[in-house]
Every structure is written in structure tokens, then in C-alpha cells.
Design a protein around this ligand. Structure first.
Ligand code: S3P
Length: 429
């Protein structure tokens, strides 16, 4: 049995840091990963006047010792969509003026999904250059003049929900969000653990989230928490284990049920998985994840589950390429506006390696085989494309070179060393 650990969860880290900056008192956070996306959130918070300092044994203290201050230069969100979208919501609620930008990939991603509802709440946000794209400029205004919002997002997104909750929290206004499908619910869980009365209610396969910001006069309790391991990073370890016939245990990983849906697909492929919950960190379940390899069979993925495994689709597609049969992925058009157009890059790379794959407007058909796969993968600077094909490279008979190995540092510094532990136990026929 191979034991693995993965860096702290990126989604949870962004939220721990931002919400700690809003708490009444000092927060202590352990296990914050040294990944570039999280570093972007930390540097933006510092530019806004928040103290984020590293203490003994990797503990980070977060505190706000003075008022939020408008940053002197534009905030650089790097490659991180979560940093940009959550901070736009936060600053809209606070009424702090700022400009936000990012790297080339982030500047090509849609921002209207957060800007439009925030404008409907009364925030003044303008696009500096192109509609729907960074850079955006928020005008400073008196906090507390936002309007209440009841909103049905076109895309069910945790970043949209997080941005609206942060605006309502800091702007002291009511918000109600009605999502058609359930995205990851970290913002709501962490806020509740800090004392905020956020209500979530399942409605069919969707969800209603309500925060009565106008009448809530409480404050947020500081956090003293350890970031659970990132289950999305663990998914690459799981894939490498399945492709090399290795029994795997990933320790102290986040087991939030809105993040574990990829395990259902892996089970549908014929794999035995087990999760053992051992506790909670700020409302987030944590524990161990075990998988036992077996022959993989094709899967069909469509619809309701997609928001809960959106980041795992590249690695599921890679597993599909080594499974028996043709796997179908549909309802995943959002993959075209992630760090890259993931559907286009997955299919181009599969074809370059010798995997039969058809690209659909909102998905892929992947033909599994056991033929040796050889070639160079183009990542487009996308960490999850690099890691998905990195895991495939561990499979027997596969020799895969990745054109940009460093982009994994966006979420998983140390990925290549960790993946190097997986050595195929049998050669391809
Ligand atoms: C994230 C939400 C997801 C996910 C992203 C992280 C978050 O995006 O793909 O990697 O931390 O809120 P969407 O909100 O666009 O689905």
C-alpha cells in the first residue's frame, strides 16, 4: 500500500484566508499550501492592508489591524479565477475601490458571471478594456448602500456564490441564490462555522442559499484550523494508482461531499474505494481515502454531477483512455472557460498520443485502449492538463512528455516527485 499526502485544498485556502481577514480577532491557519494560486490571494489581501504573516511550523496568522485600504497598484490575481471572483465580491461589499487583473489565461476568462449580479446589487464595476474580461475597476463608495439580491445564476458556480455571499456579508445586505445544480459549498460551511447564519436548502438537484445580511449584526469568530488535503490533487494520485496497479491511501484529505463525486465515477469504472472520515476543520470533513486498483471499464457522465467534479474531468478522461469501452462526457461546456479550453486540449493531446477521441460542444467521447501511448503533451500552461497527462505517463507502456512541467505549481508544488512514486507493476502486453 502506498501512502500519499497532498497539499492543502486550494478552494478552502482562499476562503479561509479571506474570511479570516473579516473575522473579529487573529486567526491561525495551518496547512496553507505554497501553491501559486493561494499566493495570489495572500498578496492581494496584503495589498488591501491585511496582515498575513508566517509563524513557526508553517502556521499563518491572519489579522486586520486597520481598515481595508484601497490598493496603491492594481491587484494581480495571477492565474487564479477564484482569487479574482471572490475578491470582486468582497470589494464590492466593502465599497473599496480597486483594479483587478491577472495573467493571460485569467484575462481571457468570463467575469460577467460575478460582475452582473454585483452590479444588480448596486456595485459600480467597469471593464477597463474588454467586456466580460479582466481588468475590472471597482469604484470606491460608502459601504452599506448595496441592494438585496435574489438571483438564479446561469451557471451553478461556487465562485459566483462565494462572491455574492462575501458582498452580502461585508455590505450587510440580504442575498438569496437559487442554483439549478449544487456547486461546492465551502463558503457556506466555513461561514457557518464562524457564526454566520447562512441557510442552505436542497431543492431537487439544485440548492437555495440565503444569508440575511441586513438583519444580522453579529461578527465572524476567528478561525483556528488546518486546511485539509486537496481532494482534486488526490484525484491525480488515484489515477496514477489505478493505472499502475497500486493500492493507495491518501491521508488527511478533504471529504466534503460536494467534492467527492469523481469517486462515484471511479466506482462506476469498477474500482473499490473507501473513505474514512476522522473529523472536521471549520465545518469541512477530513479523513483518509483508499483505492484498490482493478480492470477499468468505460463510464457515462452527464448533467447533475458535473459541477461537483468539474476539476476532475481531465483526469477522468485520462482514465477513460485506458478503460475498456467508449466513455462519454457531456454537460461539461464549462471546461472551455477554465485555465484553458480543457475540452479542446484534452482531445488534441489524446489524438497526438494515439488515443481515439471525439470532441463534442460540451464534452468528449474517449475510446479506451491498452496500446502504448507516446508523444508530447501541450498543456497551454494549465496545471490540471499537465497533471492529468503526468498521471497517464505513469501507466505501463506510456512515454509522455509534458511541455510545461512547472505549471503544476499553480495548485500542486511537488507533483512530479509524488507521481514518481508510482511505478507500473506490470508491463503492457
Ligand atoms: C472553485 C470553483 C470551481 C472550480 C475552481 C475552484 C472555487 O469553479 O472549477 O477550480 O474554489 O470556488 P466554478 O465556480 O466556476 O465552478
Amino acid at each position: 500500500m502506498t501512502d500519499a499526502r497532498v497539499p492543502g485544498d486550494k478552494s478552502i485556502s482562499h476562503r479561509f484566508l479571506i474570511l479570516a481577514a473579516l473575522a473579529e480577532g487573529d486567526s491561525r491557519l495551518s496547512g496553507v499550501p505554497a501553491s501559486l494560486d493561494v499566493a495570489s490571494t495572500i498578496s492581494c489581501l496584503r495589498a488591501l492592508g491585511v496582515t498575513v504573516d508566517e509563524r513557526e511550523a508553517g502556521v499563518i496568522r491572519v489579522a486586520r489591524e486597520s481598515d481595508w485600504r484601497p490598493p496603491l497598484t492594481p491587484l494581480d490575481c495571477g492565474n487564479s479565477g477564484t482569487t479574482a471572483r471572490l475578491l470582486i465580491g468582497l470589494l464590492a461589499g466593502l465599497g473599496v475601490g480597486a483594479e483587478l487583473g491577472g495573467d493571460e489565461s485569467l484575462m481571457s476568462r468570463p467575469m460577467d458571471r460575478v460582475v452582473y449580479p454585483l452590479q444588480a446589487m448596486g456595485a459600480r464595476i467597469n471593464y477597463a478594456d474588454r467586456l466580460d474580461r479582466l481588468p475590472v475597476r471597482l469604484e470606491g463608495r460608502a459601504s452599506g448602500d448595496l441592494r438585496a439580491l435574489r438571483y438564479r445564476p446561469r451557471v451553478s458556480s461556487a465562485q459566483v456564490r462565494g462572491a455574492l455571499l462575501l458582498a452580502a456579508l461585508t455590505g450587510r445586505q440580504d442575498v438569496e441564490i437559487l442554483d439549478r445544480l449544487r456547486p461546492r459549498d465551502h463558503t457556506e460551511r466555513i461561514l457557518r462555522s464562524m457564526g454566520a447564519p447562512v441557510v442552505s436548502e436542497a431543492i431537487g438537484s439544485g440548492e437555495r442559499v440565503h444569508f440575511p445580511g441586513a438583519s444580522w449584526s453579529g461578527g465572524l469568530a476567528p478561525l483556528d484550523a488546518t486546511v485539509p488535503g486537496d481532494i482534486s490533487s488526490a484525484a491525480f494520485m488515484v489515477a496514477a494508482a489505478l493505472l499502475t496497479g497500486t493500492e493507495l491511501a491518501v491521508r488527511s484529505v478533504g471529504l466534503n461531499p460536494t467534492r467527492t463525486a469523481f469517486l462515484r465515477v471511479v466506482q462506476e469504472m469498477g474500482v473499490k474505494t473507501e473513505v474514512r472520515e476522522s473529523g472536521f476543520e471549520a465545518g469541512e470533513p477530513v479523513g483518509d481515502l483508499m483505492v484498490s486498483p482493478s480492470q477499468l471499464t468505460a463510464f457515462v457522465l452527464d448533467g447533475d454531477l458535473v459541477p461537483q467534479l468539474i476539476d476532475e474531468i481531465p483526469v477522468l478522461a485520462v482514465l477513460a483512455s485506458r478503460a475498456e469501452g467508449i466513455s462519454e462526457i457531456r454537460g461539461a461546456g464549462e471546461l472551455r472557460v477554465k485555465e484553458s479550453d480543457r475540452l479542446a486540449l484534452l482531445s488534441a493531446n489524446f489524438r497526438a498520443l494515439g488515443v481515439r477521441c471525439e470532441e463534442l460542444p460540451d464534452g468528449l467521447l474517449v475510446h479506451g485502449s491498452s496500446v502504448p501511448l507516446r508523444g508530447v503533451v501541450r498543456t497551454g500552461g494549465d496545471h490540471r492538463i499537465a497533471m492529468a497527462f503526468g498521471a497517464l505517463g505513469a501507466a505501463p507502456g506510456c512515454e509522455i512528455e509534458v511541455d510545461d512541467r512547472d505549471c503544476v505549481n499553480v495548485s500542486f508544488p511537488g507533483f512530479w516527485d509524488t507521481i514518481g512514486q508510482f511505478v507500473a507493476v506490470e508491463e503492457a502486453p
